[in-house]
Write a protein that binds this ligand. Sequence first.
Ligand code: CO
Length: 301
Amino acid sequence: MRVGRLLNKAVVVIMAALISVCLQTSDSRAHGHHKKQETKPAILLVTFGTSIERAQKSFANIDKRVKAAFPNVEVRWAYTSKIIRDKLARQGEQIDSPEMALARLMDDGYNRVAVQSLHMIPGAEFHEINANARLFARMAGGFDQLQVSMPLLINDEALGQALKIVKNQVVPKERKAGEAVVLMGHGTHHPSDAIYSALMYKAQKMDSNFFVGTVEGHPTFEEIRDALVEKKVKKVYLIPFMTVAGDHAMNDMAGDEPDSWKSQLAAVGIQSVPVMKGLGEVDAIDDLWIERLKAAMAHLK
Ligand code: CO
């Protein structure tokens, strides 16, 4: 009897507690203080950007492949280059900075976000995104989880994979023995510039007629040109080792100005064939980034 009455009392107390919790929940919901329970994942793709329209092909291909790999996930883009964003804005096209894109995602209620750097190396742009994304992740009332994934060339394995893909899928099939391939990397003042020298080392091990030069770092174009002359190479394929075949590929690599790589090679008797293809146009390269995104998304569950 006593046990039964106690049980009854306990049931009443529990019921009352549950009702009050429900009331509190609905009350606080009405005031917008409820804890987010639903999962609203988003992917933010961050790239340097380009204002060259045909270079956009790279981004379109990446966008298509990322959306296919993550069907129910919001996919957004941001450009790290303010110069490019401002230029596009003057033409009526608004592209967010990574910070603006993160703020919008937060405002739109996405609580789990994977940020993918579509840069080549973990240089200044990547470190800035990484630092700022982490600050966003610490903001109260914002994201529950946030992951930042690394760019393309982050270890020996990735360098090897990227080189092999370029050799098999970007270098024109008509290349003959003795003809060289020169990859044009961007290069940077940032310490990660050394990755291009590592890439050159691996390229040479893979194929002694494979070279890597950079526009703004090391190895320099002059080093590569001298090596080609020394090897008595007569013909080279010039390939941008960049997400897009944009301004650098069109002008610094393949332009008709006397200081382009093509013109400077012609000046020492080397014929060059520019291959105007951004790495983002190559599915197998995009899949290297997508593998990283998959790992990040698995962490967001
Ligand atoms: Co540049």
